[in-house]
Design a protein around this ligand. Structure first.
Ligand code: PEP
Length: 260
């Protein structure tokens, strides 16, 4: 079986501060070793200062494989799109990853699966690795439509880019009912869906299916992370609320490293 290096990605959403970046780096400096990759996705206005903070702590950053990611990007390359952020700009501030298709963007900002697929294309064009979020609502789960919803969200991207584009991508399974609610999926529920996603990709390319990292997101915290991250098809987490507490987030990275 392929060894997949775990990733723990922090989605600060519209929260966090410059101070949080400094606190995080202080805590990471005290952590002896970690094999997980760490991706911090702050609001775009903090990327500049975080990039500077990372360069001032290059030893810690290298030791813990800390990189930056965007929370969103425009599907357009450049132009008159007030308020939007181009992939090239994320690149300029040191981002290697970008979250796309987060359920908050899909539901509150009307991002269709088609737009999400366009963003996937643009992210890769700009040299960024997309973290593609997929996940079902509570109503869909209760109606036994979880796999149908996931297939629809995955197919929208697969139809546009083809399976081999997933060679440079990460998937985050985020059940909408678990995001920010404090009610995580059980490790069994998460594993079942992660295995489904992996099988789906495996049918198209065993190489990609085996290799791709699938993160779980939805109320991950230090008390439930070990049980989630040690499931065979769970390769780390996308973390919202708990990433705003430096001690908790660093603890999650330690747990993910131990799960490898
Ligand atoms: C998220 O926003 O991607 C998320 C998983 O949030 P939380 O950890 O707060 O549920």
């Amino acid at each position: 079986m392929a060894t997949r290096r775990p990733i723990v990605a922090a989605n600060w959403k519209m929260a966090g501060s410059r101070q949080l970046g400094a606190e995080l780096l202080e805590k990471f400096a005290l952590l002896s070793d970690s094999s997980a990759e760490v991706v911090i996705c702050p609001p775009a206005v903090y990327l500049d200062s975080l990039q500077q903070q990372l360069s001032e702590h290059s030893d810690t950053v290298a030791q813990h494989r800390i990189t930056l990611g965007g929370q969103n990007l425009s599907h357009q390359e450049f132009g008159a799109y007030t308020g939007e952020i181009a992939g090239s700009m994320l690149n300029e501030f040191g981002c290697r990853y970008v979250i796309i298709g987060h359920s908050e963007r899909r539901s509150m900002y009307g991002e269709s699966s088609d737009i999400v697929a366009d963003k996937f294309v643009m992210a890769q064009k700009m040299g960024l690795t997309p973290i593609l979020c997929v996940g079902e609502s509570l109503a869909a789960r209760e109606a036994n439509r979880t796999f149908e919803v996931l297939n629809g969200e995955l197919n929208a991207v697969l139809d546009k880019v083809g399976i081999m584009a997933f060679d440079n991508a990460v998937i985050a399974y985020e059940p909408i009912w678990a995001i920010g609610t404090g009610k995580s999926a059980t490790p069994e529920q998460a594993q079942e869906v992660h295995a489904f996603i992996r099988q789906r990709l495996m049918q198209l390319s065993p190489y990609i299916g085996e290799k791709i990292r699938i993160l779980y997101g939805g109320s991950v915290k230090p008390s439930n992370a070990a049980d989630l991250f040690t499931r065979p098809d769970v390769d780390g987490g996308l973390v919202g609320g708990a990433s705003l507490n430096a001690s908790d987030f660093v603890e999650l990275c330690r747990i993910a490293s131990e799960s490898e």
